[in-house]
Design a binder for this molecule. Structure first.
Ligand SMILES: Cc1cc2nc3c(=O)[nH]c(=O)nc-3n(C[C@H](O)[C@H](O)[C@H](O)COP(=O)(O)OP(=O)(O)OC[C@H]3O[C@@H](n4cnc5c(N)ncnc54)[C@H](O)[C@@H]3O)c2cc1C
Length: 388
């Protein structure tokens, strides 16, 4: 069977690996001119790591990652509000429960078993249409590719989705985010701990990466996307904004080089009624972009790939696609809603409400937190095998 994948991001590479395992012949069309290691850090939790194991990529990914034993929510002074023991969870699961790595290293690991010639770069898809019983993909360079089966993995602004589901809508989460990787690890920083520190209308996340580096992200409330005032916010202004946060945040910001700063307005996708149309299937952010608050966007993309490949390995295509919708729509919707809720609470800016929020959060019973976490992490995957 032959399929075309649009987009060589996390979803595209993961599903290419899944289809390779069931013996399908695939080509990936990617808009970028080259496959450069872009981006900053990413956390992957147990669900994503288990899906990677199903795809045969767990060792390659974890070899490039920093294992996380503790996830801590702090206030801006560094006092603990909540803590999750991922080391204990890992013991229970029999594999790592959380890891953080450079996005470029994740891409490298996802590419590790794929033939290089499978990816065609400088191919920006601008539309997908049906012609007779086939699908035609149009590209910005004037080329057109005809195929029987398309996997749209072209991210939140997916051209394929917009052609097939013109009513789909992105949604601004009313906050914006700066990210970077800084060299060196401050003395006393626990490298197996991921922290997120909450202030009023702003928060800061920190995690060590392999190779003596630190990944950080900084979020602030915003009224609109592409705000020119925020676009001007350079590293010096980010330092000022977080100057009242606990160490090592100011130190990490001081170590960061200004040209490594990445600025992104945070969007998600309004829930889709279906991820499939005929023989076009959406995966990853193209299907269900979520805000990054629970660190689940890439995880969901990898899950999609593992679930779809297993289904296509044992069922006729149309049946596999119906089952894919059944298994993925609800899960993605629940995680999207939970991520939005977390973002709303984490971004509260009223200085009178913030101490109260922090007090309530610090008193949430561990058993409640564990139940919420289990609902996200505890998903199983069937093995990926070809029926042939
Ligand atoms: C600030 C921030 C922090 C995040 N942190 C985390 C985290 O810690 N953990 C986590 O799990 N998730 C995180 N996410 C979410 C995660 O980045 C996404 O969910 C993930 O990248 C989705 O992968 P994807 O392959 O679906 O889309 P993308 O990563 O967007 O990849 C899409 C690919 O398609 C290509 N493409 C786009 N349009 C076209 C076109 N028209 N034609 C051809 N190619 C095209 C792109 O160049 C790209 O290669 C974060 C997101 C943000 C914004």
């Amino acid at each position: 069977m032959r399929a075309v994948i649009v987009g060589a991001g996390i979803a595209g590479l993961a599903v290419a690996q899944g289809l390779r395992l069931i013996g399908w012949d695939t080509e990936i069309y990617e808009q970028a001119e080259t496959l450069e290691p872009l981006g900053a850090g990413l956390s992957l939790s147990a669900n994503a790591l288990r899906a990677l194991r199903t795809l045969g990529l767990y060792d390659a990914v974890t070899a490039a990652a920093q294992p996380i034993e503790q996830l801590e929510l702090l206030d801006r002074g560094g006092r603990r509000l909540q803590s999750t023991d991922f080391e204990e969870l890992g013991r229970r699961y029999g594999h790592l429960a959380m890891a953080v790595l450079h996005r470029g290293d994740l891409h490298k690991a996802l590419l590790s078993e794929l033939p290089e010639k499978m990816i065609r770069t400088s191919m920006e898809c601008v539309g997908a249409r049906k012609a007779d019983n086939r699908i035609v993909l149009d590209f910005a360079n004037g080329k057109a590719v005809e195929t029987d089966f398309v996997l749209a993995c072209d991210g939140i602004h997916s051209a394929v989705r917009k052609a097939q589901f013109p009513e789909s809508r992105e949604h601004f989460a009313r906050y914006t985010c700066w990210r970077a990787i800084s060299p060196g690890v401050p003395g006393g920083m626990n490298q197996a701990r991921l922290t997120e520190s909450w202030g009023a209308g702003k928060r800061f996340g920190l995690a060590a990466l392999p190779g003596e580096r630190v990944y950080w992200f900084a979020c602030c409330g915003a009224e609109r996307t592409d705000d020119p005032a925020l676009a001007e916010l350079d590293l010096e202004r980010v330092k000022d904004t977080f100057a009242d946060f606990h160490e090592p945040i100011p130190e990490v910001l001081n170590r960061t080089s200004a040209d490594s700063l990445i600025w992104t307005d945070i969007l998600d996708l309004e829930p889709m009624p279906s991820f499939t149309q005929g023989k076009i299937v959406l995966l990853g952010d193209a299907a269900h972009a979520v805000t990054p608050d629970l660190g689940q966007g890439a995880g969901l993309a990898i899950e999609d790939a593992a679930v779809l490949a297993a289904l296509l390995g044992r069922l006729p295509i149309q049946q596999a696609l119906s089952e894919y919708d059944v298994r993925r729509i609800d899960r993605a919707r629940r995680i999207a809603n939970a991520s939005r809720l977390y973002a709303r609470v984490a971004q509260w800016s009223n200085p009178l409400v913030v101490p109260l929020r922090n007090m309530v959060v610090s008193r949430i019973p561990q058993s409640f937190m564990d139940r919420q976490l289990n609902a996200v992490l505890d998903i199983g995957f069937e093995p990926i095998r070809s029926a042939a």
